[in-house]
Design a protein around this ligand. Sequence first.
Ligand code: ADP
Ligand code: MG
Length: 474
Amino acid sequence: MATGWGSLLQEEQQLEELARQAVDRALAEGVLLRTSQEPSSSDVVSYAPFTLFPSLVPSALLEQAYAVQMDFNMLVDAVSQNAAFLEQTLSSTIKRDNFTAHLFDIHKQVLKEGIAQTVFLGLNRSDYMFQCNADGSPALKQIEINTISASFGGLASRTPAVHRHVLNVLNKTKEAAKILSNNPSKGLALGITRAWELYGSANALVLLIAQEKERNIFDQRAIENELLARNIHVIRRRFEDVSEKGSLDQDRRLFMDGQEVAVVYFRDGYMPSQYSPQNWEARLLLERSCAVKCPDIATQLAGTKKVQQELSRMGVLEMLLPGQPETVARLRATFAGLYSLDMGEEGDQAIAEAIVAPSQFVLKPQREGGGNNLYGEEMVQALERLKDSEERASYILMEKIKPEPFGNCLLRPGSPVQVVQCISELGIFGVYVRQGKTLVMNKHVGHLLRTKAIEHADGGVAAGVAVLDNPYPV
Ligand code: ADP
Ligand code: MG
């Protein structure tokens, strides 16, 4: 892929002026984050970091990613309903990983009692990088799928205007018009709306499980605003509030502060540090209720890295999606190499290969939120330490995707404007709603492009590594 903006990137003074304009437009559009100093207050906010220019993405790969999103929605939904597959897949992992074990425990308890909810809502984001093939052509390879708290749909709805502005300033109106419109927050809200309608109680609320310190509040507000415009009221509460003031009636309807809850939307609860014993109790209460959880606990488990790895095993997709060879082929085409580290020959071999060629692999624990994976020498040391211990089953190995770097400026508050070598990660937002056994909604609702400097192996926007971007289709 050519860099596209080659000559523009060379004029330092022009870049600085352009950056000033871009930042002001971003602020005006609401591409905002709270500051790390004041993460609980909106008194002082700043712009969410973003690229000065949109980054070039091959149209064919964009189309492929959109085309496979409904398949991924169906796949996640199928996994979440297959208790035997989840149990078998996670059996070795939960012996060594307390967090996954705790989630699984809740899953088992809910199954034993009987699932009260009848409507299911998935809001996910499937992330990809563009692998550079030996012949130089790019290929779409999935990094992971996020089934809980998939973020930046709100801010991604506001960044196209910023990049159009930058190109218009440069008199590149034709190029500006090529920037795709994008409105994931609306699509995500439509999914919540459908679930809320099917729950069928006109006065019931949407309960957004929020963190106390939330820098990314404007991203969440974008969805809340869409819901309010449809007369659906959202209350933001923490797990702690749920344990103090949440309750179930005898039909397991969920009440919060005395008001009935139709949909629980988690923007918390995906990392171990987010759970005190009290919070685990609150999560269990929510799961036991008949409110629509987004996601329900089984769908959260369907998004683990261990499940991702098992899905790539021959025959597994065919088992989960029987009689759908074309769907299976579309899904499989996006899979990178994924390797189990369960005790045994297969795991031994994967470890041996990664130790010999560390630059080809990534070691991943069952964690979300960025910054948990191991690369290079650190990965080798971890593998040496883990290789004779059953603890290794709590990790998976993945082929490292190597996109072709390109130049762009990453704009962040307080940082100089400079051109750096970057790579991008494309996410597609998916929404589905199931009532009983019937899928009543299955859509893709927009995209998110995040770009980071090549020296960072890991990390997203919230982790301070990647910045918001837009695909410039070529
Ligand atoms: P998390 O759940 O923490 O977001 P990811 O699997 O998305 O975990 O990994 C975090 C980041 O690490 C990704 O955003 C990407 O930048 C990088 N990464 C993950 N897997 C790979 C891979 N196979 N090849 C290259 N980079 C990867
Ligand atoms: Mg990720």
